[in-house]
Design a protein around this ligand. Structure first.
Ligand SMILES: *Cc1c(COP(=O)(O)O)cnc(C)c1O
Length: 241
């Protein structure tokens, strides 16, 4: 048995145990992983994948297997937006008006899926200055200002502070930020913006996904919990182009 298949089975059972009535979707974050590892995850039945860098998407996902869905979850530079739209089924890291304008412009020249091209707004709940993503208070005005276009806002993607010292105080802070992010998501959803149905809250990584599910995440993004430690030299940091 492959370690990857075993870990996926255990994680899926855990996600069902955490929320039996509506288990969150499991996204496999395959950044830094070779295709052989991705093939094991595919064989184990996973269909939703996330990558951080457009360059890596181009190198690895030129021949995306039928039935799979690939999301870009890392910071997107406008000069790579055309490749991202072409090769990914969603961009979960939208965080600026300029990026939105570039995507809308590119989509005028491409076939857009019915209902619009799906994007998520990236949120930086810890207001960490070194990270991308909108600060929470900026999200409602950002969404309110959008309007009907070729993009469809299907969710929020939150990137929380990484647990560093394992202390109780740190855990409490991260859990509070997750609750606040879930509240923000519900509040935005209740606005009923036609262009922003926001069915998804993408939150939780290998080190903190159980808390994220408790807080209400509909999708968790797991890299190392599925694949084991990333190979050296792989894209390790959240963000990155
Ligand atoms: C790398 C990454 C993940 C997965 O991190 P793990 O700790 O390996 O689970 C999730 N989301 C984003 C945005 C990332 O960059």
């Amino acid at each position: 048995m492959s370690g990857i298949a075993d870990r996926i089975a255990a994680l899926q059972a855990r996600l069902v145990a955490l929320r039996p009535e509506r288990p969150p979707r499991l996204m496999a974050v395959s950044k830094g992983q070779p295709w052989s590892a991705i093939a094991e995850a595919l064989a184990a039945g996973l269909t939703l994948f996330g990558e951080n860098r457009v360059q890596e998407v181009r190198e690895k996902w030129g021949q995306r297997p039928e039935g799979t869905e690939l999301h870009l979850i890392g910071h997107l530079q406008r000069n790579k937006a055309a490749w991202a739209l072409r090769l990914c089924q969603a961009i979960d890291s939208v965080d600026s008006e300029r990026l939105v304008a570039a995507l809308e412009r590119l989509l005028t020249t491409m076939a857009t899926p019915p209902g619009g091209y799906p994007v998520m707004v990236e949120v930086n709940p810890g207001r960490e200055p070194q990270k991308t993503g909108l600060w929470p208070e900026a999200v409602p005005p950002f969404l309110a200002a959008r309007g009907e276009g070729r993009l469809r806002y299907v969710g929020l993607m939150a990137v929380l502070p990484r647990p560093a010292d394992g202390s109780q105080a740190e855990a409490a802070k991260i859990r509070r930020l997750m609750q606040e992010t879930a509240d923000l998501w519900r509040m935005c959803r209740s606005e009923g913006w036609p262009w922003a149905p926001l069915p998804e809250l993408s939150m939780g990584m290998s080190g903190d996904y159980e808390w994220a599910v408790e807080a209400g995440a509909t999708m968790v993004r797991l890299g190392e919990a599925i694949f084991g430690p990333r190979p050296a030299g792989g894209a390790d940091s959240p963000g990155g182009a």
